[in-house]
Design a protein around this ligand. Structure first.
Ligand SMILES: *[C@@H]1O[C@H](CO)[C@@H](O)[C@H](O)[C@H]1NC(C)=O
Ligand SMILES: *[C@@H]1O[C@H](CO)[C@@H](O)[C@H](O)[C@H]1NC(C)=O
Ligand SMILES: *[C@@H]1O[C@H](CO)[C@@H](O)[C@H](O)[C@H]1NC(C)=O
Ligand SMILES: *[C@@H]1O[C@H](CO)[C@@H](O)[C@H](O)[C@H]1NC(C)=O
Ligand SMILES: *[C@@H]1O[C@H](CO)[C@@H](O)[C@H](O)[C@H]1NC(C)=O
Length: 393
């Protein structure tokens, strides 16, 4: 069987943040940091299963050294071209930058939304329409090249909207970069002739880590035990409405966000320091710390009524579960800025800047020869480099 998986802005790893060291904030461009090289990615597994793997778009798993780049993490190409579907199945990961700040859109899309008075909101709406058109174009291409009828298209947003840049999560509480539902409840859909029940809503618990086992299984790859999956194969829940195998979601534990003045071990019944920002979902219940909040998300998806005072036994149980998860966490990787990352030292672009010892030695060796044999000054050398670059292009 050959499927094409189309993936929009979905993290391609299968473990909770606490199991990657990336539980704090994001990977910033100037940090020497990326998804640990030991961690096996979704495209790597699908490559094993015989897929051609391609990626187009935004890469946010780090790039400080070459080994971190998409083409070293399981993708055959980055900005690649389509293969012949009859020869080899294809996995395509398309990570749109839209919709995101800066809010920019072709004028003709803006025309349609004259009725929206707020300019940010108007541009945002127009950008969504433009994104729709891009996806329309993609589906037309899939049809033209004969992929469409045997394709699983997964469309997913990666987080809630940013109200400072035209986003709105109303009536959900909170926004991007918070653990309120407005930050973490992402919308998505799956389109495929392979779905048994079409046009249905899946209200089961599904987490981004579930795509890894779900798609590797669909692609007939292997899921070895030593992957220590945090995700579940949820295809039967999506396709046939079976209950999800997933009972809980660890939204995150971020031991660097300990700013909550109101939190303490005492407030956490001695089980958990509630100053630490964390969020856990178990069935109907969602617990947030950083103070302490408990919601029945099914009854109160907008998180209006904190019931932590009414259900101390549930709070204790969930704090214990957090503590259990915390025991399995790996240390946070959040390195200081590396000044060498500055594009000024890198032909004016953001790109890998970090060189390991071997690469450094090679560079010194080359410099030695340029300095001693070429007898060129530093300025000439940089001119030479520019010249070499030009000759390459
Ligand atoms: C991911 O990499 C980290 C850091 O090396 C390691 O501790 C962890 O066990 C790896 N996890 C998996 C599932 O590969
Ligand atoms: C969709 O394709 C048409 C025709 O090639 C092109 O003019 C248009 O710019 C594309 N739209 C987007 C949003 O990519
Ligand atoms: C601190 O916690 C108490 C008790 O849970 C709560 O009433 C109060 O609003 C909290 N204050 C802040 C600033 O979160
Ligand atoms: C979580 O684990 C770390 C060490 O693994 C520990 O220092 C910290 O106190 C734990 N946090 C809580 C709230 O239990
Ligand atoms: C949570 O809400 C759901 C839906 O309203 C309800 O079925 C369930 O009994 C509630 N749980 C508790 C403990 O109130």
């Amino acid at each position: 069987m050959t499927y094409l998986f189309l993936f929009l802005i979905v993290i391609i790893f299968h473990r909770y943040q606490i199991h990657t060291g990336l539980q704090h904030s994001i990977i910033r461009a100037s940090q020497p940091n990326c998804l640990p090289l030991e961690n096996v990615t979704l495209p790597q597994k699908l490559k094993e299963a015989g897929y051609a793997t391609h990626m187009v778009g935004k890469w946010h798993l780090g790039f400080y050294k070459r080994d971190c780049l998409p083409t070293k993490r399981g993708f055959d190409t980055f900005f690649g071209s389509l293969h012949n579907p009859r020869k080899q199945p294809l996995f395509l990961y398309l990570a749109y930058q839209a919709v995101h700040s800066p809010l920019q859109v072709p004028a003709r899309y803006l025309e349609r939304y004259k009725g929206i008075p707020n300019l940010h909101r108007r541009k945002y709406a127009a950008m969504v329409s433009c994104l729709d058109d891009a996806i329309l174009n993609l589906t037309l291409a899939l049809k033209r090249y004969g992929y469409y009828d045997n394709t699983v298209i997964v469309y997913s947003s990666d987080n809630g909207g940013q109200p400072f840049a035209g986003g709105s999560n109303w009536p959900l509480r909170g926004s991007k970069a918070t653990y309120w539902e407005g930050g973490i409840r992402a919308v998505g859909f799956v389109h495929s002739p392979l779905l048994l029940n079409k046009g249905t809503k899946c209200r089961s618990l599904v987490h981004v880590t579930d795509w890894f086992p779900t798609l590797v299984s669909l692609g007939e790859g292997t899921l070895d035990e030593d992957l220590n999956l945090d995700g579940y194969d949820v295809w039967e829940s999506i396709s046939e409405g079976y209950p999800s195998p997933r009972q809980d979601i660890l939204h995150n534990i971020d031991p660097i966000y300990i700013k909550a003045k109101n939190g303490s071990w005492k407030a956490g019944y001695g089980l958990w320091n509630t100053a630490i920002q964390a969020a856990l979902r178990v069935g109907h219940w969602k617990l947030l710390t950083g103070s302490i909040w408990l919601f029945n998300i099914t009854a109160d998806p907008y998180e209006r009524v904190d019931v932590s005072q009414h259900y101390p036994h549930i709070v204790k149980k969930m704090l214990m579960r957090l503590a259990q998860y915390n025991k399995t966490a790996v240390p946070v990787r959040y390195p200081a800025k590396d000044l060498r990352s500055n594009p000024q030292y890198n032909s004016g672009v953001w790109g890998p800047w970090y060189k390991d010892e071997k690469e450094q030695e090679e560079e010194q060796y080359n410099n030695f020869f340029t300095n001693h044999l070429g007898k060129t000054s530093w300025k000439d050398k940089s001119k030479n480099r520019k010249l070499k670059r030009k000759m390459k292009h």
